[in-house]
Design a protein around this ligand. Structure first.
Ligand code: HEM
Length: 412
């Protein structure tokens, strides 16, 4: 899963293609891991996701860990793998109630009220990029900060605390990447879980007391929405509040920044596509969809079967685990014409990067809004992008993307 060669996209997109053609529901057995069914077809991913009672998120870990890491998590969580009280680990009816706490807030109608604030942040990010001589690392010098600013502004975390949030998120999602590993975690077989739990502990320490504060002093931010919400007539427990804050603080920026860097790389590799958008700025929303399809920054979520069933003609036993391979669904020839081409006019674009069904990405409209605004600010001022070195990908099997993208761009 984490061998060096797997950082090469050609290798894993080739492997996904082989799976779609030869083992659309294929059992993978790797030393140290539970056996997992790899679900590589777009239609099968949807089939699994729309049946949350049959394919559960809360019984086994909804993220693939090695067995040593899951054993460690169970050992410190009363035998369950629910390390964090967050929506991704929940099934209905609990999931439905908890999602309801923020569902309206995340709708486009509410988000419109933040549009001007987001545009201000986008303009500042673009101005800063364009002050340079054009020779930059897009990831470090551009893509990483803007989504972080946006989500922390929406949440209500002060700007001075953003570097801490960024570091903790990178540790959480980079638990398998040697470049992200913490000094206080010894290299043991369950290192990923120890990294993960250490970062979660630091997040909780940061959020401690915030809910009480927001109940006493509600503000126009998402922390206040969650802290003041009542489910079945009660405020959420501290653990549920912290799990919610953590879900949004982490899910909300690495995903989006990976997509922005991936789009910039696509401009270098498909220069005609940048030209088409420059000539017709109304293509920007469609560019955003295509970038999200192309990058698929969330590499998988897991489900576990609650009873014996069949999927795509394959018998699945109760307790079996299934890996939803979103990047593969996005290159499925049955759904997309020329799936390996980056096409800013692709229509329809039924990508599955946000998942599907009841767990479908809660923040999808935030992600699309902030990217649309960023590209509206950037593209009229950007003429071309050329790579000046090899792009580097993170070693991650859950959320990941470019960690370096050296380029030379020219201004319009
Ligand atoms: C391009 C950016 C993003 C991508 C590709 C993405 C992708 C995903 C995926 C694949 C899921 C799981 C869906 C499923 O199980 O069916 C998910 C869930 C979630 N996402 Fe996103 N996401 C992005 C941005 C965001 C942002 C900006 C936020 C917050 C503002 C966010 C918050 C969440 C939350 C809270 C969940 C859990 C939902 C649940 O379990 O009910 N995401 N996302």
């Amino acid at each position: 899963m984490l061998a060096e060669s797997h950082t090469d996209e050609k290798v894993f997109y080739g492997a996904y293609k082989w799976l779609r053609e030869n083992r659309p529901v294929g059992l993978a057995k790797l030393d140290g891991f539970d056996p997992v069914w790899l679900i590589s077809k777009h239609a099968d991913i949807m089939e699994v996701e729309k049946q949350p009672e049959l394919f559960t998120s809360g019984v086994e870990n909804p993220i693939l860990n090695d067995q040593a890491s899951d054993a460690f998590i169970r050992s410190i969580n009363n035998g369950t793998v629910r390390a964090i009280d967050m929506v991704t680990y929940m099934d209905p009816p609990e999931h439905t109630k908890m999602r309801g706490v923020t569902a309206q807030w995340f709708m486009p109608r509410n988000l419109r009220t933040f549009e001007e604030r987001i545009r201000g942040l986008a303009r500042a990010a673009v101005d800063k990029l364009l002050e340079s001589d054009g020779r930059v690392d897009i990831v470090q010098d551009f893509a990483l900060r803007f989504p972080l600013h946006v989500i922390m502004t929406l949440l209500g975390v002060p700007e001075s605390d953003e570097p801490r949030m960024l570091k903790l998120t990178q540790e959480l999602f980079g638990a398998n990447d040697p470049e992200q590993q913490r000094d206080d975690v010894k290299l043991e077989p369950d290192v990923a879980a120890r990294m993960w739990m250490a970062a979660v502990g630091d997040f909780y320490a940061y959020f401690s007391g915030l809910s009480d504060h927001r109940r006493a002093n509600p503000a126009d931010d998402l922390l206040s929405v969650i802290a003041n919400a009542k489910v079945d007539g009660e405020y959420l427990s501290e653990s549920l509040c912290n799990g919610y804050y953590l879900a949004i603080a982490t899910a909300g920026h690495d995903t989006t920044s990976s997509t922005i860097s991936g789009a910039m790389r696509a401009f270098a590799e498909f220069p005609e596509e940048l030209k088409r958008v420059r000539e017709d700025l109304s293509l920007i929303p469609s560019l955003v969809d295509e970038a999200i399809r192309w990058v698929a920054p969330v590499k998988h979520f897991m489900r576990a079967a609650s009873r014996d069933t069949t999927l795509h003609g394959q018998e699945i036993k109760s307790g079996d685990r299934l890996m939803l391979c979103y990047p593969s669904g996005n290159r499925d020839e049955d759904v997309f014409d020329s799936p390996d081409v980056f096409d800013v006019t692709r229509k329809p674009n039924r990508h599955i990067s946000f998942g599907y069904g009841p767990h479908m990405c809660l923040g999808q409209h935030v992600a699309k809004l902030e990217m649309r605004i960023l590209f509206e600010e950037l593209i009229p001022r950007l003429k071309s992008v050329d790579l000046t070195g090899d792009p580097k990908l993170s070693q991650a099997n859950f959320v990941g993307g470019l960690t370096r993208l050296p380029v030379q761009f020219t201004k319009a």
